[in-house]
Design a protein around this ligand. Structure first.
Ligand SMILES: *Cc1c(COP(=O)(O)O)cnc(C)c1O
Length: 365
């Protein structure tokens, strides 16, 4: 068996310990004589798995008791519709901060369900920055303010928490798409109304969508919101109104336990800072490669970079693959390369990438 260094933006690398444990438990989970995949979601075994996963997530993020954790489906893209459907209520308007491809998509989808005000956009910079909160122009009474706190494609991450109290609007709930950096850094959940993300970046397999939502934002769904996606119904039924993605919840639970063993979010954040610094310092010190994001807003998770001579892109991708480094091609809308270095990517993987890049530059520069 040989494993590669996988820099995919998602579905992405998982901790090897978790994959081994899942393999060990595949045929017989804890003496049940069954795989988790074969269990009823209403049986005591699976309910214990789901409850443990939620408890561990609550501990890792210190989620206050007035927030509900929902295990949903449809991915972050479905949430782009489900959030306005559930939260717009009688206000009918929401504010969006646009910082890249994902928030562009989110505000576009929301327009199907209500009025959208663009509170701020970093489009003039080519989506390489995050607009300072002092520049956000909120509408008079929005149902929420939406932010994508890590733009996976552009590699732009908020260098601050979007705490609206700092601009005197603490009464407005913040909705944050954290798909690609949830659990990578410490956050104060109480500063948000709703946090969501697809699991396949930093948590587990595709198919599970995590929603962390404050109590008072539940129960305002539009009449035509599908029953299975009404936050009230999902919450009241402990995410089991319909059959949840059981195996994905199980793997996410194993990832949460792995993270706790690794020292929790503070410990992984320190590792993420070290990994990102290593890679950005290398890029900045090179005259062969470059990153074009405002240094203050560079993502610790997704690092887009360019070869200054783009004619070498194909050779770079072919040779890196031979060296066991995969999924480095940048998103088609950005071009160049992108290395996603989520929680499960060890420092050694980042070091292997840099070693290859240095060697490639020496041979081709
Ligand atoms: C990947 C991603 C999405 C899309 O997730 P799906 O699971 O494909 O719906 C949305 N937002 C962000 C920030 C992402 O990284």
């Amino acid at each position: 068996m040989s494993r590669v260094w996988n820099f995919s933006a998602g579905p992405a690398v998982l901790p090897e310990d978790v994959l081994r444990q899942a393999a060990d438990e595949m045929l017989d989970w804890h003496g049940s004589g069954m795989s988790v995949m074969e269990m009823s979601h209403r049986g005591k075994e699976f309910i214990s798995i789901a409850e443990q996963a939620e408890a561990d997530l609550r501990e890792l993020l210190a989620i206050p008791s007035n927030y509900r954790v929902l295990f949903m489906q449809g991915g972050a893209i479905a949430e782009n519709a489900l959030i306005p459907m559930n939260l717009l209520g009688s206000k009918g308007v929401a504010d969006y901060v646009v910082t890249g491809s994902w928030s562009v998509k989110s505000q576009k989808e929301a327009r199907k369900y209500g009025a959208v005000n663009i509170a701020a956009t970093s489009e003039p910079s080519g989506f390489t920055t995050v607009p300072a909160m002092a520049e956000w122009k909120l509408s008079a009474d929005p149902a929420y303010v939406f932010a994508c706190t890590n733009e996976t494609i552009g590699g732009v991450e908020y260098p601050f928490e979007p705490d609206l109290a700092r601009i005197g609007r603490g009464e407005v709930p913040v909705v944050a798409d954290m798909s690609s950096h949830i659990l990578s850094r410490a956050i104060d959940v109480s500063k948000y109304g709703l946090i969501f993300g697809g699991a396949q970046k930093n948590i587990g397999p595709a198919g599970l969508t995590l929603v962390i939502v404050r109590d008072d934002l539940i129960g305002h769904a539009m009449v035509h919101c599908p029953t299975a996606f009404d936050f009230r119904i999902v919450a009241d039924n402990h995410s089991m109104y319909n059959t949840p993605p059981t195996y994905a919840i199980y793997i996410a639970g194993l990832v949460f336990q792995w993270l706790k063993r690794a020292g929790g979010v503070a410990a992984i954040e320190a590792q993420n800072i070290a990994k990102a610094k290593l890679l950005y310092d290398f890029l900045d010190g090179s005259d062969f490669y470059e990153n074009r994001v405002d240094p203050a807003c560079r993502s610790r998770m997704n690092v887009p970079f360019f070869l200054k001579d783009e004619a070498l892109n194909d050779a770079f991708l072919a040779e890196s693959k031979v060296a066991g480094l995969v999924q480095l091609k940048g998103h088609k809308s950005v071009g160049g390369m992108r290395a996603s270095i989520y929680n499960a990517m060890p420092l050694a993987g980042v070091q292997a990438l840099i070693d290859f890049m240095r060697d490639f530059a020496a041979r081709r520069g």
